[in-house]
Design a protein around this ligand. Structure first.
Ligand code: NDP
Ligand code: GDP
Length: 370
């Protein structure tokens, strides 16, 4: 039985990857952080009673900022594959926590690579590094591929740039099977609630169910190449099954504005929007509402712009060229953007119907601000 160690197992990708690896018969070990509340909601449905002898999913307390802890876990697990998904993954927050982001996203990657080297596992253990399209940041005007030079535009991207290059360097210096997946934005019903897609689908579901009046967003013009996380974790797995360690761009090759993502999400509840005004005074107003399950008043302003969500340096456009992954890995995404939006909206409507039931029976429901 192959053993995989997943950092960031409690995150969006960690959850989908764990499901995939368990299905393929792996014993999966994950690193979870100690927190004052339970933080394993995304993987609880796969978790087995640790008191049973034959569990296939094992969790270890740990943190990417703690070298000795990383060395101990890798020594104990002796993994065949490590998927380094753990990170402070929010671009906007990285401007508030730049040093911590560098520690975890940059040096954290080094800690993994160095632990494998020090423990003499360079021939046994293959390493996947979660690199990102944010590396291209300031590169605009054409699709971004494995050969496009990088231009990071946030502390997050700069930290990930170190992670990218240290992975390449350990591969070249020590002959390690260490690879970067340069993944463009990927979303799902498990996406963190403060990333723009999930913020939108949650808000639209709540507006449709009468639980919220409007959503405040930042830059509606930015363009992203959005795929489904379920498809993207398959690419991670395939990257580590190749004969040679290489880096791959994983993307859909289609880019869409935040504004259009908002339109598509509202369309799922039968609401059509019209956007007027510019910059901070832009608003999205309801022009028609056709689904009686989600009655939203015509003429109501349901989207406003709040500059607090602007970034000090923005990445205007991301558009990936996944040709290498499609030809060499034979990877092909199953979800396009409309299917992704539908999946996210269906799940968020289901989630907030429970709140609606509570509200209708006189219980208090939470508001969500960030
Ligand atoms: P999430 O934010 O959903 O998950 C991040 C994971 O990292 C969580 O399990 C989190 O733990 C863990 N983590 C955070 N800080 C530490 C730390 N100090 N030590 C150990 N673990 C830590 O991200 P995604 O699942 O969306 O992304 C996975 C990886 O892929 C990340 O590295 C991200 O930067 C990268 N990436 C993501 C893209 C995307 O569009 N989703 C695009 C390209 C790259 P906790 O649950 O306790 O917070
Ligand atoms: P990113 O591409 O990794 O930064 O993923 P995000 O989902 O956080 O942001 C995608 C794009 O949406 C960025 O260009 C943001 O500036 C833009 N955006 C617009 N409004 C918001 C918002 O309210 N929250 C977030 N997170 N992003 C927003």
């Amino acid at each position: 039985m192959k053993k995989a160690l997943v950092t960031g197992i409690t995150g969006q990708d960690g959850a989908y990857l764990t499901a995939l690896l368990l299905e393929k018969g792996y014993e999966v070990h994950g690193i979870k952080r100690r927190s004052s509340l339970f933080n394993t909601q995304r993987i609880d449905h796969m978790y087995e009673d640790p008191h049973d002898k034959k569990v296939h999913l094992k969790l270890h307390y740990g943190d990417l900022s703690d070298s000795t802890n990383i060395i101990r876990i890798i020594q104990e697990v002796q993994p065949d594959e490590i998927y380094n998904l753990g990170a402070m993954s929010h671009v906007r927050v990285s401007f508030d926590e730049p040093e911590y982001t560098a520690q975890v996203d940059g040096i954290g990657t080094l800690r993994i690579l160095e632990a494998v080297r020090l423990l003499g596992l360079t021939e046994k253990t293959r390493i996947y590094q979660a690199s990102t399209s944010e590396l291209y940041g300031g590169v605009q005007g054409h699709a971004q591929s494995e050969t496009t030079p990088f231009y990071p535009r946030s502390p997050y991207a700069v930290a990930k740039l170190y992670g990218y290059w240290i992975t390449v360097n350990y591969r070249e210096a020590y002959n390690m099977f260490a690879c970067n997946g340069i993944l463009f934005n990927h979303e799902s019903p498990l996406r963190g609630e403060t990333f723009v897609t999930r913020k939108i689908t949650r808000a639209v579901a709540r507006i449709g169910l009468g639980l919220q009046d409007k959503v405040y967003l930042g830059n509606l013009d930015s363009l992203r190449d959005w795929g489904h996380a379920k498809d993207y974790v398959e690419a991670m797995y395939l990257i580590l099954q190749q004969d040679k360690p290489e880096d791959f761009v994983i993307a859909t090759g289609v880019t869409t504005s935040v504004r259009d993502f908002v339109r598509m999400s509202f369309a799922e509840i039968g609401v059509e929007l019209n956007f007027t005004g510019e910059g901070v005074s832009e608003v999205g107003t309801v022009v028609s509402s056709t689904n009686p399950d989600f009655p939203v008043e015509i003429g109501k302003a349901v989207v406003s712009v709040d500059p607090r969500y602007f970034r000090p340096t923005e990445v205007d456009l991301l558009l990936g060229d996944p040709t290498k992954a499609m030809t060499q890995l034979n990877w092909k995404p199953k979800y396009d953007l409309p299917a992704l939006v539908k999946d996210m909206m269906t799940c968020d409507i289901d989630l907030f119907r429970r709140d609606q039931l509570l509200a209708n029976s006189g219980h208090q429901v939470l508001n969500y601000f960030e």
